[in-house]
Design a protein around this ligand. Sequence first.
Ligand code: DX5
Ligand code: ZN
Length: 216
Amino acid sequence: MSHLVAPSLLSANFLNLEKDIEMLNRSEADWIHLDIMDGVFVPNISFGFPILNLLKKSAKKPLDVHLMIVQPEKFVSEIAATGAYMMNVHYEACTHLHRVVNEIKKHGMKAGVTLNPHTPVLLLEDIINDLDMVLLMSVNPGFGGQKFIENSVEKVEVLKELILRKNTQTLIQVDGGVNLDTGKRLVDAGADVLVAGNFVFAANDPIQTIHELKSL
Ligand code: DX5
Ligand code: ZN
């Protein structure tokens, strides 16, 4: 499988989201990545259900929801109701991760677990076979446009080894500071899905930029 690209709407123009969604619909983007922040788990607040429910109507790509919130288990049915394809919860926010993952799947969504930059990949050893995706943060979550943390490339390699050893189909997604240089190195290391916010939306020609990320 060639890798997927999931532009993050966090860097879009919030005064004219419809225009950016139409651009993504026309582009080679595979998914649309949606960053939900609560001001508690991360030091920022982004957007919530009113926006997610509007996106469902105009977005023609699967919605990949990244919850940077405490107690994400409280919102599984609300996220499912937005039509989300993938629900990502942070490992660091879930005491009963196995239960949350099963709830997500019961609600008909794919289950993703996200790791902060300091969280070792091997902590997922006993749950990796239940996961549709692992999202590795390559910046500290909370803001777009941050500098890529180099150690993330090695984390992709370690995670790939774990996935092969456990014989699962779990996807590896990477989020934060992705551009053509870091993206290429991540794909070569085994990443299946690249998230890119600032690199896509600050570009003069986002459609061409998405094409270039797809062509890595
Ligand atoms: C950061 C978010 C990212 C963010 C990535 O907390 O999870 O999805 O939008 O932005 P860039 O690609 O600009 O680093
Ligand atoms: Zn994200």
